[in-house]
Design a protein around this ligand. Structure first.
Ligand SMILES: Cc1cc2nc3c(=O)[nH]c(=O)nc-3n(C[C@H](O)[C@H](O)[C@H](O)COP(=O)(O)OP(=O)(O)OC[C@H]3O[C@@H](n4cnc5c(N)ncnc54)[C@H](O)[C@@H]3O)c2cc1C
Length: 399
């Protein structure tokens, strides 16, 4: 099944986006990866995406990237189209960007040259290690520490969990406390290469859909001081900036899965015989399809608006940054929540076939669930949007 491209005509996109979306829709349809083992499948996707040049959209041009800087609309389109075909392919693509995003934003020239070019070629697999057992939404509660051990050495102690690409990544952007009592203002980022003594990434976590995940244990893990990424105690801001770049693209992935579910539902109801007609002939079915299409289009418009805003208006001033954060939060929340509903409706239309393991709607039903939790759960997005609304209201009252 080929991913739809009608939305590429919307004014949010330029000719380059239209060409990218169409080429990618053809390319993804031709790929066939055995995803029985998510780890080896993920490696294979990174190889394919790297060889074809798609990973070059995860890094800036100065380091082998396709464009001058990361382009939110390209990221959204890439993720949407990949997720339509394979949520695991989307995951493999997205993690190259998210896992290396902090290096793009704040890496030293040496760090950028060493890691980003390899990420863009698919020669190194990246990971982003922020969450801990007792610090998910509440990042400031993290317990992992980084302390200076010798003039040129830092020692990491602690545990990270839910780390995507854990165990298959070549390097991890890790966030740790450098000032124990300073909350989010005492966190610093470091790059830790896989295989560093004291880093154990062997504890895999199995979730309901294919997704390589692990817990990372740092036990007296010594790294050079030059592995520090960005400013001392600037790690929280760096993590949030990295997540902000990719938040609209999570919405793009949800759109891709929802579009696939709608396409599967349409194909199914057209052919399913019922009461002497086809399932598609009944008004109840048509009403449901209409609801699904509207949920999808509403989410798509919010997603493309957020990506367009970041690309074309920017986030240079605090006001622009706040507006983008709120719009990206609206996009992520709406697209992931609506996609879950659309997929559920598509599954319902399939009747028993919808829950049969191996049908596309069954796997989509599992694939979509985590997107409402990671990179800021829906409740966290609601809080971001709510605070923005109150701030706007206060600004309006002062004017
Ligand atoms: C598949 C998957 C992949 C992941 N990949 C990564 C990764 O690569 N790197 C990484 O660092 N982390 C990753 N994570 C972790 C993810 O970011 C966290 O799961 C997420 O931040 C939520 O944290 P938590 O699981 O500890 O839940 P908690 O923070 O304990 O949240 C529990 C519930 O409380 C809600 N909540 C939060 N704040 C409030 C509030 N103020 N008021 C009321 N309710 C609230 C949440 O929305 C949620 O519903 C991944 C998670 C999953 C499931």
């Amino acid at each position: 099944m080929r991913a739809p491209t009608d939305h590429l005509t919307l004014p949010f996109f330029g000719d380059a986006h239209r060409a990218l979306g169409a080429e990618l829709a053809d390319w993804t349809r031709a790929q066939n990866v055995d995803e029985t083992d998510d780890r080896s499948a993920c490696r294979q996707w990174v190889r394919l995406l790297g060889d074809q040049g798609w990973l070059r959209f995860c890094v800036p041009r100065a380091f082998g990237g396709a464009l001058e800087k990361l382009d939110s609309r390209a990221l959204v389109l890439l993720r949407e189209t990949l997720a339509f075909h394979s949520p695991l392919a989307d995951f493999a693509f997205a993690m190259q960007g998210l896992g290396s995003g902090a290096i793009t934003l704040a890496g030293s020239p040496q760090q950028q040259a060493h890691y980003l070019e390899a990420v863009g070629r698919g020669d190194k697999i990246a990971a982003f290690a922020l969450s801990e057992p007792d610090a998910g939404s509440d990042v400031g509660a993290m317990a992992m520490t980084a302390r200076v051990d010798a003039p040129d050495r830092v020692v990491l102690e602690g545990t990270k969990t839910w780390i995507s690409n854990g165990g298959i990544a070549d390097f991890y952007c890790v966030f740790a406390k450098t000032e124990l009592t300073h909350g989010t203002r005492g966190i610093t980022a470091f790059i830790v290469d896989a295989g560093t003594a004291g880093l154990d990434s062997s504890e895999h976590i199995t979730v309901m859909a294919p997704h390589p995940l692990a817990t990372l244990r740092f036990n007296h893990c010594r790294i050079p001081a030059s592995a520090q990424l960005g400013p001392l105690n600037g790690g929280f801001k760096l993590a949030m900036q990295t997540l902000d770049i990719f938040r609209a693209s999570v919405a793009g992935a949800a759109l891709g899965m929802a579009r696939r579910a709608l396409a599967e539902a349409v194909a199914y109801v057209r052919m399913r015989p019922m009461f002497g007609q086809r399932l598609a002939d009944f008004q109840l079915t048509q009403a449901r399809l209409g609801e699904m299409a509207a949920l999808l289009d509403g989410a798509a418009l919010l997603t493309y608006r957020a990506a367009w805003l970041r690309d074309c208006v920017g986030t240079a001033t605090p006001a622009q940054a706040h507006t983008y954060s709120a719009q990206a939060a609206m996009a992520k929340m709406t697209a992931t929540e609506n996609a879950q509903r659309v997929i559920d409706m598509a599954l319902q239309m399939h009747g028993g076939m919808g829950v049969r393991v191996g049908t596309k709607v069954e796997s989509l039903y599992r694939d979509i669930r985590s997107l409402r939790i990671y990179e800021g759960a829906t409740e966290v997005q609601q809080l971001i949007i709510g605070k923005f609304v109150l701030k706007q209201d206060a600004a309006g009252a002062r004017a």
